[in-house]
Design a binder for this molecule. Structure first.
Ligand SMILES: Cc1cn([C@H]2C[C@H](O)[C@@H](COP(=O)(O)OP(=O)(O)OP(=O)(O)O)O2)c(=O)[nH]c1=O
Length: 202
């Protein structure tokens, strides 16, 4: 049963249509806020520390406009393989190369979520929780012609690792996953449900 938000309002600060869809799927009403946030990070960050850092950085960009009783959700997804992060590709060539590298291998998809609200008792401070979820994704060997066809048709330039598990490549090229499917798409919905409940103390 969907729990009561106790008069709080959820603000999803995300431009990602997948995140909008996933939070809708979880059953909550929410408002979307967007702005461009610099997504750069230090080379010294590895694995989960990257999306954890970036989800907080995204929260920092919105916290000044947050009102009491609003819960801000920000999130970041990275693809992690062999001690290397795969960001969004900048060209079709880069997208093809990324998928070719993922082909026939297992990689990890890590999504971090940051929940922020204003602390009503202590002025000027905010309450914040960050958590992450990790899914192992096993790609089958995918033929180059198939990769090129996918990139050309789906233009996955807005997706970490140059692919969408929810698109053709996920249907045809993913052998198995360990962990949450929705986490790969952009939000660890089950963990988010539990963390939101804890955050609101309900
Ligand atoms: C791996 C993978 C990623 N993605 C998407 C989820 C994210 O939208 C995107 C990773 O980029 P992010 O920087 O996490 O998010 P974003 O820039 O799209 O949105 P925001 O405004 O919240 O910062 O890749 C899929 O849709 N399917 C997948 O299988």
């Amino acid at each position: 049963m969907l729990f009561d938000l106790k008069g709080n309002k959820i603000i999803l600060a995300s431009k990602s249509p997948r995140r909008h869809e996933l939070l809708k799927g979880l059953g909550f009403d929410f408002e979307v806020r967007t702005k461009d946030v610099d997504e750069s990070f230090s080379d010294s960050l590895k694995g989960a520390d990257i999306p954890l850092y970036l989800s907080k950085k995204k929260a920092d960009a919105f916290v000044d406009e947050l009102k009491p009783n609003e819960i801000l959700i920000t999130s970041d997804t990275v693809v992690w393989l062999g001690n290397k992060v795969f960001n969004k590709p900048e060209s079709a060539e880069e997208a093809v190369e990324m998928i070719a590298t993922l082909s026939g291998r297992m990689h990890e998809v890590i999504t971090a979520v940051c929940l922020t609200s204003l602390n009503t008792e202590k002025d000027g401070t905010s309450k914040q929780v960050v958590f992450h979820d990790l899914t192992s994704v096993h790609f089958a060997k995918i033929e180059r012609a198939d990769i090129e066809w996918y990139v050309n048709k789906y233009k996955p330039f807005d997706k970490a690792g140059a692919y969408g598990i929810q698109e053709w490549i996920g249907y045809a090229g993913i052998d198995k996953i360990e962990g949450s499917f929705y986490n790969v798409m952009g939000l660890p919905t089950q963990k988010l449900y539990v963390e939101l409940k804890k955050f609101l103390n309900v």
